[in-house]
Design a binder for this molecule. Structure first.
Ligand SMILES: C[S@@+](CC[C@H](N)C(=O)[O-])C[C@H]1O[C@@H](n2cnc3c(N)ncnc32)[C@H](O)[C@@H]1O
Length: 222
């Protein structure tokens, strides 16, 4: 059961009773998504590019997706967005988040009109965006392509430690192109070591409000 819960910046998140954790920071869902994934991830990785491919771990409510879709649309960047989701929310729950007010109506409509279909196969949801939501676990996910960016937005290590094991991080990193960018809201010594072991250069960046630091890592070119 997921319960809609307000966060400190006025945006909602969901509280997942089974896991015992919120989908976003209680200090602000919208500001966390913008800070970690859009500003530190997408803007950094898409600078000077006309197309970008993103692999997200955990689509959840789709907040990271709609903000990415809007940014790419505004900046005429072609977006190929794949977001693995083991436990998809219903469209009804997604409509209750209130996130429609944070993006243009066309962005929200293109997302929600294609959500159920994107869980089955890739959808051209606009001339500039393909959305696919593989309904699977990260452990079982396979792809015949590599991505420019990974948004690693799993539940925390306290609540879902298996998502942060060295093997799972290596598996996720294997889907990134050389020179690709891995971003996540979390940062621990173990995570930094796991990412470095896969040939990444790591950066500690200021975290979203409520977190001192976050991790961005760039995969070696060779
Ligand atoms: C922190 S929430 C992600 C929030 C999301 N990015 C958003 O903007 O709403 C973690 C997500 O990972 C999903 N998840 C849990 N276990 C998973 C697994 N093994 N593989 C893929 N996704 C998983 C959850 O269902 C949840 O949607």
């Amino acid at each position: 059961m997921n319960i809609i819960t307000p966060t400190a910046d006025g945006s909602n998140t969901l509280y997942n009773e089974t896991i015992g954790e919120h989908y976003h920071s209680k200090h602000g869902a919208l500001q966390e998504s913008k800070h970690v994934f859009i500003d530190a991830g997408l803007k950094f990785a898409s600078a000077g590019k006309s197309e970008i491919s993103i692999l997200e771990v955990g689509l959840g409510t789709g907040l990271n997706f709609i903000l990415s879709f809007e940014y790419c649309t505004q900046n005429k960047i072609k977006l190929d967005y794949n977001s693995i989701e083991a436990f998809p929310l219903t469209l009804d729950v997604i409509n209750q988040t209130g996130y429609a007010e944070y993006v243009a109506p066309s962005i929200w409509n293109d997302f929600t009109a294609n959500y159920d279909l994107a869980l089955i196969k890739p959808q051209n949801i606009s001339p500039l965006c393909i959305l696919e939501i593989p309904h699977t676990t990260l452990a079982e996910f396979k792809a015949d392509k590599k991505f420019d960016v990974i948004y690693y937005d799993a539940f925390s290590v306290q609540h879902q430690p298996e998502m942060w094991s060295d093997a799972m991080i290596a598996h996720a990193c294997s889907f990134l192109k050389p020179g690709g960018t891995f971003v996540t809201y979390a940062i621990t010594g173990k995570l930094k070591r796991a990412v470095k072991a896969n040939g990444f250069t790591i950066e500690k960046l200021p975290g979203a409000p409520g977190k001192r630091e976050m991790l961005r890592a760039v995969k070696a070119l060779v």
